[in-house]
Structures are given as structure tokens and as C-alpha cells.
Design a protein around this ligand. Structure first.
Ligand SMILES: NC(=O)c1ccc[n+]([C@@H]2O[C@H](COP(=O)([O-])OP(=O)(O)OC[C@H]3O[C@@H](n4cnc5c(N)ncnc54)[C@H](OP(=O)(O)O)[C@@H]3O)[C@@H](O)[C@H]2O)c1
Length: 316
């Protein structure tokens, strides 16, 4: 079967170690099933893997990809929950493509317990955008950020997959949403979604109750300064650098909560899909590539000139 894999690690030229070609069919441990992939989506996680972050050399080559929707051997249409119990990992879990082969393949092996019926109202492409970026945004807003208690939200670096998801979800929940982007074109797209688009570091008209932070060092100080008393600053990533300075006086004086977030649970993914259907909202998709153009899709993601998800259609 065809698959896209990391064959080495390259911190500076991640695309140079991406290979697309024939690989063996997936092995099926007891209780696992091979899902025929219909659609997948890329995440920054795949670029980290090509750079060798979280993917040591002894696990290479590794099929990339965390996200997919597809069809089981019985013909059921499913979305794959990508967090797998993993006794070999100190976290007790790993994402598909970290220790077990990922979703950027014609077929992917997953535990049956990780399969969720795909709602009829969501296309395979829409569903394939949800399991990592959108689930993380949902967890950051709802579970960690307790957004139900909030009236306003700030989302940093709003072009990214997690960030566009957070913007759309927070708006659907009736919140005032401020979002930063370095790029004027992306700020126009954020405004078209209904958020208030601002330049990075700009003073907001009010302090916010929840901050969605996936950029890291370049935006973190702004995130702290924009937080209202008692606000939750929820961090899931650090694309721009993971070492930031924390003003501890502000942290305690404003009674801020600084919270980490990794993915979400399977019930949260089910709740997210229900929410999309109920509110009739769909993932923001930047672009769709056929699987034969997966290298172009990676190059586009790496360019940073992306607004929303980069998706892969396996039927083309
Ligand atoms: N913890 C988890 O479970 C989890 C899950 C998903 C993702 N993540 C992490 O979250 C991060 C975002 O993931 P993603 O898939 O949404 O990535 P992405 O789609 O590639 O988003 C990157 C965004 O970050 C902003 N950005 C990047 N470098 C920047 C810099 N130097 N200064 C300011 N802004 C910068 C950009 O915003 P603008 O161009 O608009 O300014 C860009 O749109 C990644 O680090 C990823 O590993 C973690």
C-alpha cells in the first residue's frame, strides 16, 4: 500500500526526509482493525516528527499522520481517535505515528475501541480535520479553559489548525473572540469568521477570560497581559519557541491559571462532532490535496501560509 513516512530526522529541512512509496500492509494485534483511509489531514505534529521531535531514530521509518476518517472492513464509516494506550511510553499513551504507524497510508491499524461512527452530516474530509487540532481546541476551551464561564477569548496565531478551530468554536459558543495573526491576509480571514482580528501584541479593548496559546515564546507575554483577573491561559504548543518568561507577580496578583493541554478524550471528540452537527459548523479547510500530492501538501504546511487545515483526499 502507499504511505507517507519519515525515513530520518532533519531539524532544518524536514521535507528532505519525507518519503512517499509502497510499504507493507499494517500488522493487526488482537483487538485492532485495518481502516481504509478515505481522508486525512496534516498537523504541525507531522513536521515535528520529520524534524525528529518526539520521534527517535530507533522508530524510523515511521508512517506519519494522526488524523483520518475511513471505512472498516465491515463497511462502517468511522473517525479515528488517535490516542493509543502505550505501556512503552512514560505518558502511558502515544499518538498514532509516534510509536504505532500513522494515518497517511491507504490503510491504518487502530484499536477497535478507538473508532467513532462518523456522523452522516460530516464528510470524510471534514471529519478527518477533527481528531487532533479541533479536539485539542475543544479541550482547551471547554475542559481546561472552562469557557462556559467566560465572555471573551483571545486566540494567538490564528492561522493555525488549532487556532482557527478555537476561533470557530468560541464564536459558536457565543463568546467575543479576539485573534492575532502576523499576516494581514489572515487577519482579514479571521474577521470574516466573525472574530476581532488584531496585530500580535496589540492592546485589546478589554481583558479576556480565556487565552488559547499555541505559538509560545513570541506571543506568551501578550497572552499574560491580556488576561483578566482569574483568567485561564491554556497552552498546547510552542511553534515559535518553548522558553518564555513568566511575570510571577502578574500570575499571583491577577489570580491567573496557567494550564497545559494535550489532545482530549474520546468522549470529548464525540461531543465535538455532535457540536459541529448541532451548530452546523464545519472545520476551516485551507486546501485539499490528492494523496499523490502529499509532498506538496507538506510543503504548503511548512510554508506557514496556511489558514486552517491542510487535508488529503484519498479518493483522488
Ligand atoms: N498539545 C497538543 O495536544 C497539541 C495538539 C495540536 C497541536 N499542538 C501544537 O500546537 C501548535 C500549533 O499546531 P497547528 O497544527 O495548529 O500548527 P499550524 O497549523 O502550523 O499553526 C502555526 C501558527 O502559529 C503561528 N506561528 C508560527 N510561528 C510563529 C512565530 N514565530 N511567531 C508568531 N506566530 C507564529 C502562525 O500564526 P500566524 O501566521 O497567523 O501569525 C501559524 O498560523 C504546534 O506547535 C503543535 O505541535 C499541540
Amino acid at each position: 500500500m502507499r504511505a507517507a513516512s519519515a525515513i530520518a530526522a532533519s531539524p532544518d529541512k524536514p521535507l528532505s526526509v519525507l518519503t512517499v512509496g509502497e510499504v507493507a500492509e499494517p500488522e493487526l494485534p488482537e483487538g485492532w482493525v485495518a481502516v481504509e483511509v478515505r481522508a486525512a489531514s496534516l498537523n504541525h505534529h507531522d513536521l515535528w516528527s520529520l524534524r525528529g521531535v518526539g520521534l527517535p531514530g530507533d522508530r524510523l521509518p515511521m508512517i506519519l499522520g494522526c488524523d483520518a476518517a475511513g471505512v472498516t472492513p465491515e463497511g462502517d464509516e468511522v473517525v479515528i481517535y488517535p490516542v493509543v494506550a502505550d505501556s512503552g511510553d512514560p505518558r502511558g499513551m502515544s499518538l498514532l505515528s509516534e510509536r504505532f504507524p500513522g494515518t497517511l497510508a491507504e490503510r491504518v491499524a487502530v484499536p477497535r475501541d478507538n473508532l467513532i461512527p462518523k456522523p452522516a452530516g460530516l464528510s470524510f474530509l471534514d471529519a478527518a480535520c477533527l481528531p487532533t487540532a479541533w479536539l485539542t481546541a475543544y479541550n482547551m476551551l471547554v475542559t481546561r479553559g472552562r469557557v462556559d464561564l467566560a465572555s471573551s477569548v483571545l486566540v494567538q496565531g490564528a492561522g493555525g489548525g488549532v487556532a482557527t478551530a478555537a476561533v470557530v468554536l468560541a464564536l459558536a459558543m457565543g463568546k467575543t473572540v479576539y485573534a492575532t495573526s502576523r499576516d494581514p491576509g489572515k487577519r482579514a480571514k479571521i474577521a470574516a469568521l466573525g472574530a476581532v482580528a488584531v496585530e500580535p501584541g496589540a492592546r485589546l479593548p478589554e481583558r479576556v477570560d480565556v487565552v488559547i496559546e499555541s505559538v509560545g515564546q513570541p506571543t506568551f507575554d501578550h497572552s499574560m497581559k491580556c488576561a483578566a483577573p482569574g483568567a485561564r491561559i491554556v497552552v498546547c504548543g510552542a511553534t515559535g519557541g518553548h522558553l518564555a518568561t513568566v511575570d510571577l507577580r502578574r500570575l499571583f496578583a491577577m489570580r491567573l491559571e496557567l494550564l497545559g493541554s494535550v489532545m482530549g478524550t474520546l468522549p470529548e471528540l464525540e461531543a465535538l462532532m455532535d457540536l459541529l452537527v448541532e451548530k452546523d459548523i464545519r472545520p476551516v479547510i485551507d486546501s485539499i490535496y490528492g494523496f499523490s500530492a502529499v509532498a506538496d501538501a507538506f510543503a504548503h504546511l511548512e510554508s506557514g501560509d496556511v489558514f486552517g487545515k491542510v487535508a488529503l483526499d484519498f479518493l483522488h
